[in-house]
Design a protein around this ligand. Structure first.
Ligand code: GLY
Ligand code: MN
Ligand code: MN
Length: 327
């Protein structure tokens, strides 16, 4: 069980106790996704504290749990001097209330979570199929960005959850990587970036496509360069290769075309219970790809217009592209 793996990490770090607060991590370790405040006390005999709000779902929990009205007395009672915490998650408020004077060590589980098992990969694949089905129904004619985003949202939410609000960015708006859909109508032949994701049983996908119908030569040149950069980066996503190689490969191609300064974000990111999780694929990436990692590869160029192509890749002895929809 995953919780045993976490206990091994605790032991390696010479900690008697760890506190897990991030819902995704609690879910990863216990199979229970809290809808309200919850604290997993990791120790020889782990205990999950949940709030009354979740009491009607408690039968889903397969470790020892306690429904609490107030967390304070439960947490104050823990006398451990050294405690493992999620450094990237706990709040200053939690620290001041419960952790002052204790020796803290990081107990982030993101590294463990970056390698997916078969069940997780199945869920991600299902999320991809649903997002791709939604994307395959896309129509632009005379619609506003908001209308297109709403129809994508509807197509996804009939079958799954949204990973995030779809981005539909047309014309000059496509030059903004995090554009929020507006009431602007998409004109014939305009460039449109669509970035969308579905979520199935808590597992996310993340896909982007860029469309243009007017055969504009400048657009096509940039599109082809981004696609070449993406293919070069994908080819680097194999086990034991340096993660940074994927970022280097994308940037090297864009440099050949004099476009590297217009690439404003990282090349990709791990994805699973969260949309952005480890590993991040950028210039500073450390470490190597591991079999079972699932990552996005999404080079983009932003000038008067934008082009982004984002696919999802399963790392194995060779890279396996999970997304199938036409580019
Ligand atoms: N949709 C967010 C991203 O591509 O990272
Ligand atoms: Mn992404
Ligand atoms: Mn995206």
């Amino acid at each position: 069980m995953r919780i045993e793996k976490a206990l091994e990490i605790l032991e390696k770090k010479k900690l008697e106790c760890g506190l897990v607060l991030k819902p995704e991590n609690i879910y990863y370790l216990t199979g229970f996704f809290p809808s309200s405040k919850a604290v997993l006390i990791l120790r020889a005999e782990p205990l999950l504290l949940i709030s009354k709000m979740d009491s009607t779902r408690a039968e889903e929990i397969n470790i020892e749990y306690k429904i609490v009205e107030k967390f304070k007395p439960e947490l104050k009672r823990l006398r451990y001097k050294k405690v493992g915490v999620e450094k990237n998650y706990i709040s200053l408020q939690f620290f001041e209330k419960y952790l002052m004077g204790k020796k803290l060590k990081d107990l982030s589980l993101e590294k463990v979570r970056s390698v997916k098992d078969k069940k997780e990969i199945r869920r991600i694949r299902r999320a991809i199929r649903i997002a791709e089905d939604a994307l395959s129904t896309i129509e632009f004619d005379g619609m506003t960005e908001k209308e297109i985003a709403a129809s994508l949202e509807y197509a996804i939410t009939r079958k799954a959850d949204l990973a995030f609000k779809p981005i539909v960015a047309s014309g000059r708006n496509s030059a903004k990587p995090h554009h929020e859909p507006t009431g602007k109508r998409v004109k014939e032949g305009e460039i449109v970036i669509v970035d969308l994701g579905a979520k199935v049983n808590h597992y996310n996908c993340d896909i982007s496509r860029t469309y243009s119908t007017d055969g504009n030569k400048k657009f096509q040149e940039v599109y082809d360069a981004v696609l070449e950069a993406q293919e070069a980066a994908i080819a680097e996503c194999y086990a034991k290769n340096k993660i940074k190689s994927a970022d280097d490969a994308a940037r090297a191609v864009l440099k050949e075309y004099g476009l590297e300064k217009l690439f404003l974000h990282s090349t990709g990111h791990g994805i699973g219970l969260e949309i952005h999780e480890e590993p991040s694929i950028n210039r500073e990436s450390k470490g190597k790809f591991k079999e079972g990692m699932v990552v996005t590869i999404e080079p983009g160029i932003y000038r008067g217009f934008g082009v982004r192509i984002e696919d999802m890749v399963l790392v194995g002895r060779t890279p396996k592209v999970l997304t199938k929809i036409k580019k």
